[in-house]
Design a protein around this ligand. Structure first.
Ligand code: CP
Length: 329
């Protein structure tokens, strides 16, 4: 187990080694236990986290803000719209200046072909650790909470367990591709066989898929892609974990109108009870939320006995507290 994470950034899922992720999970469970017992755990007294948002959030904002307070510190919520970023403050200036004010800088910047670059640019100039609250490529804290949840439900040894990471239809907006990309990178390291399913226009970034395949090879796990127009139910077959959510056809087009038109041709990609029957009877249903109810997933599934979406959302708090405590102390 590696414990020297002080001062480290977490921007991409593979930034922490498998052993370092194991340390994060170990600390997360300890902090979860301490919170359940009402035991104080103020490891970050007097520390302040900047939380810079370029995009809306419910869970990420709530869990980071509650988490830093529970660790004895303070979270400064900063909406990019109310800063001088739109009047010229550069990533270098945010890194240099916020890095001097704050003990950590957490950023959500999901703009396609920009967000990850922006977060890395801030990190280059920051003397404090930079934490990725979601970009166009990765959502690493969601993935840590997901891994924690899967282990709680399926046991710490995930070898031979099948996770299906599937596209699902949504009507609300073209969602980032960061969640499925983080999942396919991280889950093979913990022994899971990954099946990635999407309609042909919803490919993920080739470089990320190559890295995910490399991880699968390194850790001796399965990695399969199902890209048939009607592949959703087929992909669910015998799954232990069903993780089905929408993302935009960003590798095909970044035009919102054209993307919506493509998306609208796959309305049958909804997680419903019929498709869930293809998975194992004790399969868990996961979604990072927000979900388009009765479009992306039926109420019967998301509110049903196999759904773990609220435990998954809770674990954001514990996983993020662990990373903050390890990197910002
Ligand atoms: N899952 C997730 O990141 O939720 P929010 O967009 O509400 O933060």
């Amino acid at each position: 187990m590696q414990t020297n994470l002080r001062g480290r950034d977490l921007i991409g899922d593979l930034d922490f080694t498998k052993e370092e992720v194991e340390t994060v999970l170990d600390v997360a469970w300890d902090l979860k236990r301490k919170r359940a017992l009402g035991e104080p755990h103020a490891y970050l007294r007097d520390k302040v986290l900047a939380m810079l948002f370029f995009f809306s959030s419910t869970r990420t904002r709530g869990s980071f803000e509650a988490g830093i307070a529970q660790l004895g510190g303070h979270g400064a919520f900063i909406d990019s719209e109310t800063t001088q970023i739109s009047h010229g403050d550069t990533a270098k200036e945010i890194g240099e200046i916020f890095g001097r004010y704050f003990d950590g800088i957490a950023i959500r910047q999901c703009d396609w072909d920009f967000g990850n670059k922006y977060i890395n640019d801030v990190a280059k100039y920051s003397r404090s650790p930079v934490l990725n609250m979601q970009c166009d490529i990765y959502h690493p804290f969601q993935c840590l909470a997901d891994l924690m949840t899967i282990m709680e439900k399926k046991g710490r040894d995930l070898r031979k367990k099948k996770i299906v990471v599937s596209w699902a239809y949504a009507a609300s907006y073209l969602k980032p591709i960061s969640v499925p990309q983080s999942l396919i990178l991280q889950m093979p390291r913990f022994g899971m066989d990954v099946t990635l399913a999407y309609p042909p226009e919803f490919k993920l970034m080739p470089d990320i898929v190559d890295q995910a395949k490399e991880q699968a090879k390194k850790f001796g796990t399965g990695f399969e892609i199902v890209d048939d127009k009607d592949g959703m139910a087929k992909a669910f077959k015998d799954a232990d974990v069903v993780y089905a959510k929408s993302w935009g056809p960003l590798l095909t087009t970044s035009d919102k109108v054209e993307g919506k038109k493509i998306q609208d041709s796959y309305k049958n990609w909804i997680t419903d009870e019929v498709k869930m029957k293809m998975a194992k009877s004790d399969a868990i249903y996961m979604h990072p939320l927000p979900a388009d109810r009765n479009i992306e997933v039926t109420d019967a599934v998301i509110d049903g006995p196999n759904s773990v979406v609220y435990d998954e959302a809770e674990n954001r708090l514990h996983a993020q507290k662990a990373v903050m405590a390890l990197t910002m102390s």
